[in-house]
Design a protein around this ligand. Sequence first.
Ligand code: 5GP
Ligand code: MG
Length: 180
Amino acid sequence: MPAPTGILSDLDRVLLSAEEIHARVADMARQISADYAGQLITVVVLMDGALFFVADLLRQIDLPIRLVTLGASSYHGGTQSSGQVRLQWPSGVSFQGQHVLLLDDILDTGLTLAALHERLQAESPGSLRTGVLLSKKRPRASVCAIDYCGFEIEDEFVVGYGMDYQGRFRNLPCIGILKP
Ligand code: 5GP
Ligand code: MG
């Protein structure tokens, strides 16, 4: 095989190929479509990591969707959670009585999703579910129930398909592990 060039050459190995990701995202879209049949979904997305996942997922859901994006960070540029979640709450958006589906790229310590879940629950939604593309196999400080999970992965720092390292690698079509 020829050696990879471009940003792929910074990867130690590919964990999930673009094909594997697309097949699983399609499964998730089918399941979500069935579960929310006949309803309007308010999808709350954590930017920027979940951008590619959500763009692919939502385009395969044939239901009315209201999209709310928000920023949250706990990594602050490194490869380990700082343990402090900063939320950028959207102003003037009501979640009361809405069927809210909270989506993120990856569940690591669980702090981010737990913080957001708690914050959203306080807004009296009609229902509240959560979905992640990846979940790391590791003990968690905080947990909220995860209703949709794409893949369980080992406890390693991953990049690609929206996920970055210091702002780079989001545009990799696959998900992989960086060279040390
Ligand atoms: P948690 O609060 O669960 O520790 O972290 C969740 C957030 O941290 C995710 O939304 C994601 O932005 C970031 N994160 C966690 N693990 C990884 C990883 O392996 N790679 C990248 N690029 N980001 C991660
Ligand atoms: Mg994130």
